[in-house]
Each structure stands twice: as C-alpha cells, then as structure tokens.
Unconditional design. Structure first.
Length: 50
C-alpha cells in the first residue's frame, strides 16, 4: 500500500485515519470469522481474501 506523501488538511487526514481504523476492524472481524469457521469453509474464504 502506498504511503501518503501529500499534505492533507487535518480534517481530511483524521477522516482517512477513521476510515482506515474501520477497515482494520472489518478485516479483523473477517479474519476472526475465518479462524473460527469450520475447516471445510476455510479454503474458499482464504481464496476470496487473497
């Protein structure tokens, strides 16, 4: 993922951070679901994610 080298207004920067945290939370939830799912479903989910 490319790093942001652009100077952003504080409000925009904070919005990006909030969005990123939300994304991280969503990804963590998906990863948790995959980890706690039945072994038969895991390969298909892993294929979708990456």
């Amino acid at each position: 993922m490319p790093t942001l080298s652009v100077e952003l207004p504080e409000s925009v920067y904070q919005r990006v951070i909030a969005l990123t945290k939300q994304e991280q939370e969503r990804i963590a939830n998906v990863a948790f679901s995959v980890a706690t799912d039945s072994p038969m479903k895991r390969p298909a989910t892993a294929k979708l994610c990456g």
